[in-house]
Design a protein around this ligand. Structure first.
Ligand SMILES: NC(=O)c1ccc[n+]([C@@H]2O[C@H](COP(=O)([O-])OP(=O)(O)OC[C@H]3O[C@@H](n4cnc5c(N)ncnc54)[C@H](O)[C@@H]3O)[C@@H](O)[C@H]2O)c1
Length: 348
């Protein structure tokens, strides 16, 4: 593996809920060095970093400075596209929190900027790196569970996030485009490409609840349900898979973050008549740090990240298909929305 002789010089935009974990991941990375942060809340920036790190409140000003290799974007969704495009045009590789952008146009603008500049983009779909999810994906890949036939995912929450997350123009939608993004990329990771989507929602593009039926290219079917309507403080997410040789269930990833569930066995899988005897546990925040660390590692090695623009765009495409379906009551084929060619990847 080729690595750079010096650490990657990384700048982090946004030190809010998730930015704080990215900060830890950058500090933990053997291939990266934090050189700057950009944060509107000066007190938050001051308490987060020491004097060796430049503090900015204006992203273009920070980008105009010399020597930044990587920009890590932990900002509200509507800022993902403009900040990513500006950063790529400034010659940086980019890490983006989910979702890649608020719409497909945004994803395409980022991919175009990356191609033009010859830079890379990694999307932090952190739950791909959650231990039980990783183990389940590994079992499927190895064929131990056989073929996926049915997938069910849910996200039941009570009480909404405040701030910008209440503003659908900044989120790019409602619950589906916010926390629901994790359910969508996990469906694609475990079930493979989606052929068609049929959805119902209370208020598409500002939805508090949604139910999405997925038809996978493999012939498998899936359902993703999400709702904000639980009692205050509720957070329960899970994934269930029925496959030709067994079944598996992951009892929450973020639910553990909220402390709603206890116990240390998050993956339960039955293969034929036997239970998997090495159940695996993990913590949500670890998955975030691992995801960011993996992207930094691939940038340092001069490789495309495991989760990049193609995965980011495909996730937004399923969400867009769900919105269109909920708006006009028809089933939406992914054919016209999915980018199949690896054109979003960096041309060598
Ligand atoms: N992976 C996960 O589980 C997870 C969890 C939470 C949030 N997220 C994602 O992380 C991103 C950020 O969400 P959050 O919850 O951390 O938000 P947040 O509101 O907690 O933090 C955002 C920070 O960005 C700062 N900011 C806003 N505009 C800025 C600008 N122009 N320049 C500099 N700083 C600016 C704000 O002051 C704030 O501190 C979103 O994409 C969100 O979907 C992911």
């Amino acid at each position: 593996m080729k690595t750079k002789e010096r650490p990657l010089r990384v700048a982090l935009c946004g030190l809010g809920e998730i930015g704080r974990l990215h900060l830890q991941a950058i500090r933990n990375s053997p291939v990266a060095e934090l050189v700057a942060v950009c944060e509107l809340d000066r007190a938050l920036a001051d308490e987060s970093v020491d004097d060796s790190v430049e503090i900015h409140s204006d992203i273009p000003v920070m980008l105009a400075g010399n020597g930044i290799d990587v920009i890590d974007i932990c900002l509200p969704h509507h800022l993902h596209r403009p900040v990513a495009v500006d950063s790529l045009e400034a010659g940086c590789d980019v890490i983006l929190e989910k979702p890649m952008a608020t719409d497909l146009d945004g994803c395409d603008a980022i991919a175009l900027a990356a191609r033009s500049a010859g830079r890379r983009v990694g999307i932090s779909h952190n739950q791909v790196f959650f231990g039980p999810h990783r183990r389940l994906a590994g079992l499927l890949e190895a064929g131990e569970l056989g073929r996926v036939r049915s997938l069910y995912e849910r996200l039941w929450m009570g009480g909404k996030y405040g701030g910008w997350r209440e503003d659908s123009t900044k989120v790019g939608g409602g619950l589906l485009m916010d926390a629901g993004v994790h359910r969508v990329y996990m469906a694609l990771t475990l079930g493979g490409p989606v052929r068609e989507v049929t959805a119902t929602m209370d208020n598409p593009r500002s939805e508090d609840s949604f139910s999405i039926a997925l038809g996978f290219e493999s012939g498998a079917t899936g359902v993703i349900q999400g709702s904000y309507h639980g009692p205050d403080g509720m957070f329960d997410d899970r994934i269930e898979i029925q496959a030709s040789e067994g079944m598996a269930e992951v009892l929450g990833c973020e639910a553990f973050f909220e402390g709603d569930l206890t116990g240390d066995t998050q993956l339960r899988a039955r293969i034929g008549g036997r239970w998997l005897d090495d159940p695996v546990s993990d913590a949500w925040d670890e998955s975030v740090r691992r995801s960011v660390g993996a992207i930094l590692g691939s940038f340092a090695a001069g490789e495309d990240p495991e989760v990049g623009m193609e995965e980011g765009r495909n996730t937004v495409a399923v969400i867009e298909a769900a919105y269109r379906s909920a708006e006009d009551g028809r089933t939406v084929a992914l054919e016209d929305l999915i980018e199949r060619a690896p054109s979003g990847k960096r041309a060598e």
